[in-house]
Design a protein around this ligand. Sequence first.
Ligand code: IFM
Length: 449
Amino acid sequence: MSFPKGFVWGAASAAYQLEGAVYEDGKGFSVWDKFVRQPGKIWNGQTGEVACDHYHRYQEDVNLMRQIGFTGYRCSISWPRILPSGTGKINAGGLAFYDRLVDALLEARIVPYITLFHWDYPYELFIRGGWLNPDSPDWFAEYAKIVVEHLSDRVSHWFTLNEPQCFVGLGHLDGQHAPGLKLDISQFLQVGHNALLAHGKAVQAIRANSKTPARIGYAPQGNATIPFTLKPEDVEAARRDTFAVTQRNTWNNAWWIDPVCLGHYPEDGLRVFGDSMPEFPESDLDIIHQPLDFLGLNTYFGKYVKASPNGPEEVSLRPGHPITAFDWPVLPEVLYWTPRFFYERYQLPLIFAENGMSNVDWISVDGKVHDAQRVDYLTLYLRQLQRAVNDGFKVEGYFHWSVMDNFEWSFGFRERFGLIYVDFESQKRLLKDSALWYKEIIATNGACL
Ligand code: IFM
């Protein structure tokens, strides 16, 4: 069975992870530009200052994407490239880069899916309080409006925020990501609330300013819990666990998606966070809950549960269960249960905005990169996605993470997630075996799986 006609196949990336050129053409600083300079924050002291040099090599990269046969490409825009101070004066040099990139993609018949925010928050706004500042949702909406006014004659697919779980939680609670804050729970929740408001206001700004009919989504992490067996009680336990908020931290699905798609915070989460929850007017939820055209999900792994008298009970993985180079368990079924549970709950067409693995890749003596594990990962995960689609859960597209090896945040260049191998010294690119296999998957619309 192949995928539905028009299914979008591509890969994803983020500005700071591959563009480089962080001091060029009038770009302002982001919190990541500053964070990577702090000793001990990034593996081996590496930075994204050059990364894949995609800023200069975008045409070669688009050519490679065309060679693989992408029908879509998901990339993010660097906010401080457009607005060096975060608000106010627009940097024409920044807009010009995205003009060139979008035009090259369209020329290659690749549909651009633009993410407005993939973590490189303007440093000047951080100094003004960042996401804690009550004006921050409006700052983001202003930026969204500028980008949309400029690109929407050619771009109609938008994601607002990428993985609030990470930039809010890792950036403002755990301190592992920029801006490196360890706020208390109530401030963390305030940052989260402002980010959700920013999403809502950006959706309004896109709808109001787009020159072509816009299709708008959001890209949180979305990882289903997998039922250990197909017994109805295990399936129900997994469904419950998928949307449960049980811990006072950032790692769950419903806290970040229910307000956006259902218009309220989940009740168990409100109980868990208790009086740490900031006060806000009810009208905020109307702003956050904007109609969306699709829900993007970044899906990598999950866990197994079975039913028990005390609720869902986690089932440990057997010894020797496959893991990726990043130590993430390989659980292909997550690409069946995620579309199933998330489509049932949110009733929105889904796009898998990220899915992939880091692998220990290098150039073999024959001059090629034989990433057999990624080839297998693609097969196993996409077969499960196909199963979900065949069962009637609506999925519009799949973006592999990532188009090419790039800067993996606090892990620097240690983790290789790409379909395209990058030699970071020479900046030479090489299609890995997985890219050639993905080419076949795309060419047959999944029938070869
Ligand atoms: O590289 C990241 C990406 O920026 C966000 N999602 C997960 C990827 C792999 O860790």
